[in-house]
Design a protein around this ligand. Structure first.
Ligand SMILES: [Zn+2]
Ligand SMILES: [Zn+2]
Length: 387
């Protein structure tokens, strides 16, 4: 019931890897520094196979245990950074202007490398571990790219596991739940076409700004009046645009962007249908036209019951029962790993990393203290799955 001693002893070295990754961030599908470092380290550790260039910049390492078995599991980390200008003031701050590891994927990559180092030394398991380093988690479809590149056909896995750091929760506490864990997400864009004109002659126009404003307001009735009150749904407008920076032109066109969040596919279908009806119906009411397009960029992440039982047991043997929470409320954020667990049962946990800025904030930094915890958790998962 503790962090693995050999991993703990190397904490500083692993933190050095993490900080090197932090200094050299890459946006989605541009994680060349990370991919090269991962490939080099996995070869150095003596993995049986290392495959680069899967789904763009993705890397997969294959490690066989000392004992034979047909079972295999996948451990996954994400490698991408975000288009944010860093403000941490850390000595290892990003050397790439406007790009930083503001979600801790540098930490996830270093963690999985640390687990690979330990497991390659010991190989004390039966079967195969696939170390999956994915590109472009932040909404650009890195998981789908790897899957389309044959990830699960080339490296079949019986189960898949991943983790995310979690600021604001005590360092080293582990949180998960069976079933619904993270939300699905569909981006939408609504284009309104009216008739522009002079602000002094509204009777000659069809005001696209007024139509857009009514769509924003009416769309909030979808969750309030259409969705089952026991179901979760979010309709958020994040970009509302009309006009050309004038005070006396009624705009001809308006564009609305936003996203829907949900845990269940029927809820998503209902929200999409209603949003389309409202956009078109409101536009028609005022004599305008509206078009809507959807981009499904995350499916919901559902934790498999059996995999989550194993994840909880592995977490308990790493940090003790008092520091494992197996009934955390589902999160309305989304996670690209869901595309993988949509295909193979898996489980996703959050590891608390203490006080500090939240992800996607320019002051955010991964807490290196959780590297040994999360790496030990991965090793314990392998013991439980392939012991
Ligand atoms: Zn993120
Ligand atoms: Zn993240």
């Amino acid at each position: 019931m503790s962090v693995i001693a050999e991993i703990e002893a190397r904490q500083e070295e692993f933190a050095g890897w993490r900080q090197a990754l932090h200094e050299n961030p890459g946006l989605g599908f541009e994680e060349t520094f990370a991919a090269r470092m991962v490939e080099e380290k996995l070869r150095e550790f003596g993995l049986d196979e290392v495959h680069a260039g899967i789904g763009g910049t993705g890397v997969v390492g294959v490690l066989h245990g000392r004992r034979k078995s047909n079972r295999a599991i996948g451990l996954r980390a994400d490698m991408d950074a975000l288009p944010i200008a860093e403000e941490t003031g850390k000595p290892y701050a990003s050397k790439v202007p406007g790009v930083m590891h503001a979600c801790g994927h540098d930490g996830h990559t270093a963690t999985l490398l640390a687990a690979a180092w330990q497991l390659a030394r010991t190989r004390d398991f039966a079967g195969t571990v696939h170390f999956i380093f994915q590109p472009a988690e932040e909404g650009l479809g890195g998981a789908r790219a790897m899957l389309e590149d044959g990830l699960l056909e080339r490296f079949p896995c019986d189960r898949l596991y991943a983790y995310h750091n979690f600021p604001g929760m005590e360092t080293g506490r582990i949180f998960t739940r069976p079933g619904r864990m993270m939300a699905g997400c569909a981006f939408f864009t609504i284009k309104v076409a009216g008739r522009g004109g002079h602000a002094a002659l509204p009777q000659t126009t069809v005001d696209a700004a007024q139509v857009a404003a009514n769509i924003v307001v009416t769309a909030q009735s979808i969750v309030a009046r259409n969705l089952d009150p026991n179901e979760t749904g979010i309709v958020s407008f994040t970009d509302v645009h009309a006009g050309t920076n004038s005070h006396n032109v009624i705009p001809e066109r308006a564009t609305l962007k936003g996203c829907l969040r949900y845990y269940a596919a029927p809820a998503a279908a209902l929200m999409k249908d209603r949003l389309e009806e409202i956009a078109k119906g409101v536009a028609a009411t005022y004599g305008a036209r509206a078009e809507i397009g959807f981009d499904d960029n995350f499916v919901p992440l559902v934790n498999d019951e059996d995999a989550t039982e194993i994840a909880v047991a592995a977490a308990v043997s790493t940090v003790g029962p008092d520091r494992v929470h197996d009934d955390v409320a589902p999160f309305t954020g989304s996670e690209d790993f869901a595309y993988m667990t949509d295909r193979v049962p898996g489980s996703y946990v959050l590891v608390g990393q203490g006080p500090g800025a939240m992800p996607h904030n320019p002051a955010y930094d991964f807490n290196d203290a959780i590297l040994p915890v999360a790496a030990s958790y991965f090793c314990r998962l392998v013991q439980r799955e392939l012991g």
